[in-house]
Design a binder for this molecule. Structure first.
Ligand code: NDP
Length: 239
């Protein structure tokens, strides 16, 4: 029970990687708040579904107040909600750029700005920003997405420094998945995925459980001397 007694928020917790992170954390003893655009339907013990859009700062304020009122504290924050709106640079509209930045980058800023002070006050906490291999290396057709996913790595490093200066044991890391079998990947054609499988040393896409297990490690006290780090979980894609 590596998260026994901890309260964790997972954004984008209705499906995909976020859903498996929420279930994995609950299985390790955490009380998990899975928050998403539409209320996540969980039958899993220990997971509570909430509705909130990470771009809605007023909505997030009410959400965090509600969580603190109900559960008393927040120990772990997983900034997982993310979207894509792909296109080559010349075809990328301002709307595509703004939407991806609003959710993937500003959404992480919005919620962390509300949760981090609570963690600093209580003296402990662990935050994980879900990035992407694309944030580490860039990708054709993903100017907006790559910029945001590189951004959340830089934000984690900045916050790791800031919070340590405040003398709090609040760790902030990022996790960069390779290509993982989720709804997001279902829109990607095989002609794109086949070369990715070939370039991945382990010869396949990853499973959400493999990301959730790595995230559990970073969130838990097992990673107690790790902060400001970006953990790549990509099957050897870039070796
Ligand atoms: P999914 O699209 O399956 O799930 C993302 C969830 O986030 C959805 O439930 C979505 O809700 C929710 N969401 C979107 N916008 C908001 C918002 N504004 N506020 C709250 N929730 C929101 O994605 P994955 O599980 O595949 O990805 C999870 C994270 O992992 C993302 O950050 C992604 O960038 C990252 N990642 C994924 C990879 C992959 O191969 N799948 C690879 C590398 C990184 P709705 O469906 O209603 O929009």
């Amino acid at each position: 029970m590596r998260l026994s007694g901890k309260t964790a928020i997972v954004t984008g917790g209705a499906q995909g990687i976020g859903r498996v992170i929420a279930e994995t954390f609950a299985g390790e003893g955490a009380t998990v708040i899975a928050v998403d655009m539409t209320k996540p339907d969980y039958t899993c013990e220990g997971v509570f579904g909430y509705t909130c859009n990470v771009t809605d700062r007023d909505g997030l304020k009410a959400f965090v107040a509600d969580i603190v009122g109900t559960f008393g504290k927040i120990d772990v924050l997983i900034n997982n909600a993310g979207i894509t709106r792909d296109g080559l640079l010349q075809n990328m509209t301002e709307e595509m750029w703004d939407l991806v930045c609003d959710v993937n980058l500003k959404g992480v800023f919005n919620l962390t700005q509300l949760v981090a002070p609570l963690m600093i006050d209580q003296g402990t906490g662990s935050i994980v920003n879900i990035s992407s291999v694309v944030g580490e290396y860039g990708n054709v057709g993903q100017t907006n997405y790559a910029a945001t996913k590189a951004g959340v790595i830089a934000m984690a490093k900045s916050w790791a420094k800031e919070f340590a200066r405040k003398g709090a044991n609040v760790r902030v890391n990022s996790l960069a998945p390779g290509y993982i079998n989720t709804e997001m990947m279902k829109t990607v054609p095989d002609k794109v995925l086949d070369p990715i499988r070939q370039k991945t040393m382990l010869g396949r896409l990853g499973e959400p459980e493999e990301i959730a297990n790595a995230c559990l490690f970073l969130a838990s006290d097992e990673a107690s001397f790790i902060t400001g780090h970006c953990l790549s979980v990509n099957g050897g894609l870039r070796l």
